[in-house]
Design a protein around this ligand. Structure first.
Ligand SMILES: C[S@@+](CC[C@H](N)C(=O)[O-])C[C@H]1O[C@@H](n2cnc3c(N)ncnc32)[C@H](O)[C@@H]1O
Length: 308
C-alpha cells in the first residue's frame, strides 16, 4: 500500500499475536517510539520525531507510558526512560545521518527493514524523487497507517508500506511494490536482527546483497555477546521488564549469530563497525559504558557495496 492510496483497509490487526503492536515483538516498536518522543522534547535532543508520542498514546499497551522525561519520577536516573531512551535517541540520529548521506550521494530508494514506527519518510529532508519502502509485519503497518492517517501527516518522500515476514522470502513483495534492484539503494535494519533466528539473518543479508546495485549502502545493529542471558540482571533489561512488562531477552533469538559484516565483505562490500559509545563521544551526549552493561556488545555496522 502506498501513502497516496487513501485510507486502506481498516482492520483490527494491531494485536501482538497477529503481528500488531500490543504484544510480542511489535510492542518493541512502541518502546522505541516512546524513547523518540522523550528525545524529541529534550532541550538538547539529537533527533526530533513529532509523530512518536501519537503512536504511544494511540496504543492501549503504551497509552500510559511517559513521552517526556519530566513525566518520569526519577528522570534521567531511570534506566529505561533515561539511559535506554537516550540510547535510542542517539541511534536514531546516527542512522538519520547515514540515510541522508546516502541520499546526498545519489541514492533514491530507501528500504527500512523492520520499519516499526519509524517516521523517517516524514521527518527527513529527502531530495526529490526518493521512495521509502517500509517492511514490517502487516499488523504493525496497519496500526501505523491508522495513527498517521488521523494526523493527516504528509511524507516528504513517496512512502510504500510492504507487509512481509522477514523470516521468509520477502524479496518478491519488495520488488512487486516497485523496488528496482538495478538502481542503488540504502537499507536500514535498526533494532531488528537480534529478533530473527540466525539463518533468517543470513538469508536477509544475502537478499539485501542480491537486490543491491553497486553504490548501495546498508546500516544495521548487531549484538556481539555470545550469551545475552548474562545481562538478564542489567539495569536496562530489568527496568524494561519490570516497568513496562517487555522481557527483551525472551524476544531476542538466543541462538548463534552469523557474522553478517564478514559475509558482506566477502560479497564485495566494505564494512565498518562502531560502538554506540563512539557516537556518544562525537555528539557529546548519549550513553557511556557502565558495569553489567546490556549495551556493551551492541555494534552499529555501516556497509557500502563497492563492487557488484
Ligand atoms: C525494536 S522495533 C524497531 C522498529 C524500527 N526499526 C525503529 O527503530 O523504530 C523491531 C521491529 O521489527 C519488526 N519485526 C520483528 N521481527 C520481524 C519479522 N520477522 N518480520 C517483519 N518485521 C519484524 C517488529 O514488528 C518491530 O516493528
Amino acid at each position: 500500500m502506498t501513502e497516496t492510496a487513501g485510507g486502506g483497509p481498516e482492520r483490527r490487526t494491531d494485536r501482538g499475536a497477529d503481528g500488531g503492536v500490543d504484544g510480542g515483538v511489535g510492542l518493541t516498536a512502541l518502546l522505541v517510539a516512546a524513547a523518540r518522543a522523550i528525545e524529541t522534547h529534550r532541550h538538547d535532543s539529537l533527533a526530533r520525531d513529532v509523530h512518536a508520542e501519537h503512536f504511544v498514546r494511540a496504543a492501549p499497551a503504551s497509552a500510559d507510558w511517559p513521552v517526556r522525561i519530566q513525566q518520569v519520577p526519577d528522570g534521567d536516573g531511570n534506566p529505561l526512560w533515561g539511559r535506554f531512551a537516550r540510547y535510542f535517541g542517539l541511534r536514531t540520529r546516527v542512522l538519520d545521518d547515514f540515510l541522508l548521506r546516502s541520499a546526498r550521494a545519489g541514492v533514491r530508494q530507501v528500504v527500512l527493514l523492520g520499519a516499526g514506527l519509524d517516521t523517517r519518510a516524514f521527518r527527513l529532508d529527502w531530495p526529490p524523487g526518493c521512495v521509502v519502502f517500509e517492511i514490517d509485519r502487516a499488523g504493525v503497518l496497519a496500526f501505523k497507517h491508522r495513527v498517521l492517517a488521523g494526523l493527516s501527516a504528509a511524507p516528504g518522500a513517496t512512502r510504500v508500506a510492504v507487509p512481509a515476514d522477514l523470516r521468509s522470502d520477502w524479496a518478491a513483495a519488495l520488488t512487486g511494490a516497485g523496488f528496482d534492484p538495478a538502481a542503488p539503494s540504502a537499507w536500514l535494519a535498526e533494532g531488528l536482527l537480534f529478533y530473527l533466528p540466525g539463518p533468517a539473518e543470513t538469508a536477509l543479508v544475502e537478499t539485501v546483497d542480491r537486490l543491491s546495485a553497486e553504490g548501495s549502502a546498508l546500516a544495521f545493529e548487531a549484538k556481539l555477546e555470545k550469551d545475552l542471558l548474562a545481562y538478564r540482571d542489567s539495569a536496562i533489561y530489568t527496568a524494561t521488564r519490570e516497568q513496562i512488562g517487555i522481557d527483551l531477552l525472551r524476544l531476542f533469538d538466543l541462538g548463534p549469530r552469523p557474522d553478517s559484516a564478514g559475509a558482506l565483505t566477502e560479497r564485495g562490500w566494505s564494512a565498518s563497525m562502531r560502538t554506540p559509545f563512539d557516537f556518544t563521544l562525537r555528539h557529546g551526549r548519549g550513553p557511556l559504558p557502565e558495569p553489567n552493561d546490556a549495551l556493551e556488545g551492541n555494534r552499529w555496522v555501516f556497509a557500502h557495496k563497492v563492487r557488484a
